[in-house]
Structure formats: structure tokens, C-alpha cells
Ligand binder design. Structure first.
Ligand code: TEU
Length: 534
């Protein structure tokens, strides 16, 4: 195989630690809980776990407000628990990726406490402080991603500090070399403990416009959108200087061998691909969230894949994501039948797939009553909360679905009694079985992990509802045909060719041999091995 680096051939599984497994009874997951479930992840067939933040934090944004970059919050355990987790993961050949949150710290981080103490403090310039605007109000029109202004006035010094997210999450000043050095030390702290890489939070936010110019109004703003969308984020993020900062981080990782740097980036494709850096010295995997943002239609998804493939820089490795702790669950968005198509798509496209915990169970809609809303964004801007995608993992039909001996911090899905690992793992028809088979197929077939990609052109009457593509490697050709619609389809195969169904989303079809025509049931997807004319 030409490409054998683990983060290219492997599959990443995101664990939201509050919600995966509680080893105690406080209703919140922890590191020991994750360790106890590693056998499940090895059984499932993923290659790496990315763990959302577990650092000491007042939890204003559930850990994305870090008060110490080199520790473990007691809620999640201890550094010893962490070391055990890494050792046990590595024993099972699972890589461990940490969530690094360098754009902002918690207000309680000692750096910020010093910074706000007085204007002469040596740490003053570690954060983004500005004098009030001419009218005494905020320095410019930048808004917080979670609603309201992005500037908070600090009475003591009379200045405003900038926070792209909550007021409890002040942005660090990455133009200051001392900040870079301190952050590089934090990366080394974890690299020395054996971590295999980082997912870097809001990496496109790290540098702000030097002149702090106002963002322009967004002519397309609609009232149902979050307030942040009133302006185009032109000056508050995605500044050209950020690439230098990323190259600096990447260089730190390089000293430790094959480690991966994944960047969280919500930008359109043409901007996204610049984050691979100059000569690929940037993010190894700039997260590609396009599947989340594209309408769920065969033609739209086909066009997206073509556009992304064409935009990638020479040598840039693709990646795909269907969900994360900030986005509605895929099964809630497209429904249970199409969630299976989504699984097949994610695991057969070219590039590293990232799976979100619970999506392999098809976790779907869950009502969070207003009084149980936990997400600060959902409290600021009702309707935009992220709690529904953060509900506990469902392990079995016992109390609290095996997640905790106590009351879980968020409710289970209403169908948890049958939608859980134990109930679904032996069921050949379950989506969990489908995920496991897809992961197995990806491991067994180089065409899926490292093969080339080609869209298969379909007649117009099919192209609206069906997306077909081929993955080829070493003479083997696999064809993936996905029915995004609710009606059956019959597609001609090339004259004399036969297709052997390696896997179907519909149990029972696997193993079938198709000649002349490929018949697809509604919502069915298949992976075919193509055999030439007999
Ligand atoms: O998310 C950044 C981010 O941009 C999202 O919150 C985004 O605004 C939303 O998904 C809209 O699509 C990261 C973390 O993943 C998130 O959990 C944190 O709250 C946020 O950064 C601040 O650290």
C-alpha cells in the first residue's frame, strides 16, 4: 500500500467524556469509564479515539474553558487515570487524540487572572484587550458565537477583553510569542505522555485582524439564524497569519514522529483547503464538515464530493465528518433509514472518517425539556442548544442504559431500551452491525482505505436520487451505490459485467450477485465488487 500512516488509513471515533461511561454515580462520564469501554471500541473496529476536553475547568462550556492545560479535572479523574487510559488504548492498538483548546482559556486560568489584575501586568498582553470605542461602548461590532457582544468590559482596567465564545472564555493573544511558547509546552506535556495527536479547537480563530476592523453585515442573514450570522466573520477569524501559527504547532508534533494535527474549521471548501498549509506544513486533517452542511440529496452530495476532491492540494489527505458534539445527530437530521446510507457514505469515501459516539447506534431525536437545558448556548439562544447530541451512550437495557449508577446529566433517548449496544450487537439487521461490517470492510479492502476515487455518471433519471462512485486500488474496483430516496431503483450495469454485493445496508442482500441490472430497494446502499465480462 502506498499510504500506511495510521491517520490516513484509520478511522477516528470521537468520545464526549461527560457522556460515554460514568465509572461512579455522579451521572457524568469519566476517564476510567472510557478505559472500561476500550474493548467495545476495539470490537467495533475503529483505530483512534479523540477525547473532548477533560482538563481542569469550571465547565462554563463543559471543558472548552480550560483552567489548566496540563491536568485532569477531578470530575473526570486524575493524571494516573489518563496514563492508564493511554496504556490500555495502545495495548489494543488504539491511538489517542486529545482536544486542544488554544484559542481561549477559562477566566479562571491563572494567566487570565494575572492579565486582568492590572494594565502593567506582564501577562496583560497574553489576552486581547482594547480600549472602549469612541462612544464608550465595545471596541468594534464583533459578536460572540454564543450570542451577545464578543467584548466584556473589565471594571478594574476600564478596557474590554475579547471572547469569541462565552465571557468566561477570553481569547488568548497568539500574536504574543510568549503565548505560543507556553502553548507549545502544553502540547509537549501531552506528547511526552504518549498521545498520538490533537484535534485543535476553532483553529481558524487563533489570529484576529490586527486593526480590529468591523465585520461587514451579512446580507443573507435570516432571523432564525444565530445572532453571530448578522455579520460575515471576515476580520474576527480566518486571517492569513493563522497559517504560520499552525505550522508552528505542526513543527512541535514533528519532533515526536507520526502524530496527527486535526484542525476544527467551519469554512467553505475553497478556504478550508488553505489550512493544509504551504507545502503541507499546516493541519494534517482540516476537518471537513461539508456533509453536515450540505442538503441530504444524492445530487448535492455528489457535487460536494467532486468539488472537495478537486480542491484538495497535491498530497493533501481528505477527511469526512457526519456529526460531533456541536451538531444535530445525523439520524435526527435524515431519519433512521438514511442514517444507514450516511454510514456507508462516511466509511467508503476517500479520506479519514471521524465517527461520533452513539451514531453507530443511530441515536436520534431526544427532547430536552427547557428546565434540563445544560448547554450555555441553548440558554442564551433557545433553539440553538447542543444538548440533544450530547446524551449518554446507551450500553444495555439495565438502569440508566449502563451509563451510570446515578442520574445521567442529560436524558437517554426515548428508545434506549432497544437502542443500546447489548441489544444491537448480535442483531444482523442493526445499524451497529452495519457500522461494524463497514469498518471491517474498510480494513480488508485497500481500495476503501487508500484507493482512488471516481464518480460514476448516472442517467439523469437516476442521478437525482442515487449517488454512485468507485474506489480502486491494485486492480481491485469497488463500486458504492447509494439510494438517497424512498423509491426502488434499477440501474444498468456495464454490458457483460457482474457485481458481487460485498455489503448492503439491507440485511439479506449481502453476498448476492447482480448481472445486467443492479436493483436497489428504497433507502438501500451497496458496496459491489465489480467483475469483468465472464
Ligand atoms: O466549536 C466551535 C464552533 O464554531 C461551534 O460551536 C459552532 O459555533 C457551532 O458548531 C455552529 O455550527 C468548538 C467546540 O467544538 C465547541 O464545543 C465549543 O463550545 C467551542 O469551540 C468553544 O470552545
Amino acid at each position: 500500500m502506498p499510504e500506511t500512516v495510521w491517520w490516513k488509513t484509520g478511522t477516528v471515533y470521537q468520545v464526549y467524556p461527560r457522556s460515554f461511561q460514568d465509572s461512579g454515580d455522579d451521572g457524568v462520564g469519566d476517564l476510567a469509564g472510557i478505559t472500561a469501554r476500550l474493548d467495545y471500541l476495539a470490537w467495533l473496529g475503529v483505530d483512534a479515539i479523540w477525547i473532548s476536553p477533560f482538563y481542569p475547568s469550571p465547565m462554563a462550556d463543559f471543558g472548552y474553558d480550560v483552567a489548566d492545560y496540563c491536568g485532569v479535572d477531578p470530575l473526570f479523574g486524575t493524571l494516573d487515570d489518563f496514563d492508564r487510559l493511554v496504556a490500555e488504548a495502545h495495548r489494543r492498538r488504539l491511538k489517542v487524540i486529545l482536544d486542544f483548546v488554544p484559542n481561549h482559556s477559562s477566566v479562571l486560568h491563572p494567566w487570565f487572572r494575572e492579565s486582568r489584575a492590572d494594565r502593567e501586568n506582564p501577562k496583560r498582553d497574553w489576552y486581547v484587550w482594547r480600549d472602549p470605542g469612541p462612544d464608550g461602548g465595545p471596541p468594534n461590532n464583533w459578536l460572540s458565537n454564543f450570542g451577545g457582544p464578543a467584548w466584556t468590559r473589565d471594571e478594574a482596567g476600564g478596557q474590554y477583553y475579547y471572547h469569541a465564545f462565552l465571557p468566561e472564555q477570553p481569547d488568548l493573544n497568539w500574536r504574543n510569542p510568549a503565548v505560543r511558547a507556553a502553548m507549545h509546552d502544553a502540547l509537549r506535556f501531552w506528547l511526552e505522555r504518549g498521545v498520538d495527536g490533537f484535534r485543535v479547537d476553532v483553529i481558524w480563530h487563533l489570529i484576529k485582524d490586527e486593526g480590529f476592523r468591523d465585520n461587514p453585515e451579512n446580507p443573507g442573514f435570516a432571523p432564525h439564524q444565530p445572532e453571530i450570522n448578522r455579520f460575515e466573520q471576515v476580520y474576527s477569524c480566518d486571517r492569513p497569519e493563522v497559517l504560520d501559527i499552525i505550522a508552528g504547532m505542526r513543527a512541535v508534533l514533528r519532533d515526536y514522529g507520526e502524530r496527527v494535527l486535526i484542525g476544527e474549521i467551519y469554512l467553505p471548501i475553497e478556504r478550508l483547503v488553505s489550512y493544509y498549509g504551504t507545502n503541507l506544513d499546516g493541519a494534517d486533517l482540516p476537518f471537513n464538515f461539508q456533509l453536515i452542511q450540505t442538503p441530504w440529496r444524492a445530487d448535492a452530495v455528489a457535487a460536494l464530493v467532486e468539488e472537495y476532491e478537486a480542491a484538495l492540494p497535491e498530497g493533501g489527505w481528505p477527511n469526512w465528518v457526519l456529526g460531533n458534539h456541536d451538531q444535530p445527530r445525523i439520524a435526527a437530521r435524515v431519519g433512521p433509514a438514511q442514517a444507514r446510507i450516511a454510514a456507508m457514505l462516511l466509511l467508503t469515501l476517500r479520506g479519514t472518517p471521524t465517527l461520533y459516539y452513539g451514531d453507530e447506534l443511530g441515536l436520534g431525536p431526544v427532547e430536552i425539556p427547557p428546565e434540563r437545558t445544560r448547554d450555555p448556548w441553548g440558554r442564551n439562544e433557545p433553539g440553538h442548544g447542543r444538548d440533544p447530541e450530547r446524551t449518554p451512550m446507551q450500553w444495555d437495557a439495565g438502569p440508566q442504559a449502563g451509563f451510570s449508577a446515578g442520574e445521567p446529566w442529560l436524558p437517554l433517548t426515548p428508545d434506549w431500551v432497544c437502542r443500546n449496544v447489548e441489544a444491537m450487537s448480535d442483531d444482523p439487521a442493526s445499524i451497529l452491525t452495519l457500522y461494524r461490517r463497514l469498518l471491517g470492510l474498510r480494513r480488508d479492502h485497500g481500495a476503501l482505505s487508500v484507493g482512488g476515487y471516481r464518480t460514476v455518471a448516472l442517467a439523469p433519471e437516476h442521478a437525482e436520487q442515487v449517488f454512485a462512485y468507485e474506489r480502486a486500488h491494485d486492480g481491485a474496483v469497488l463500486r458504492v451505490v447509494l439510494n438517497f430516496g424512498g423509491t426502488g431503483q434499477s440501474l444498468p450495469l456495464e454490458a457483460g459485467w457482474a457485481g458481487h454485493v460485498l455489503l448492503s445496508t439491507h440485511p439479506g442482500r449481502t453476498g448476492a450477485r447482480e448481472r445486467g441490472q443492479l436493483r436497489l430497494a428504497p433507502d438501500e446502499g451497496v458496496v459491489l465488487r465489480l467483475d469483468g465480462p465472464a
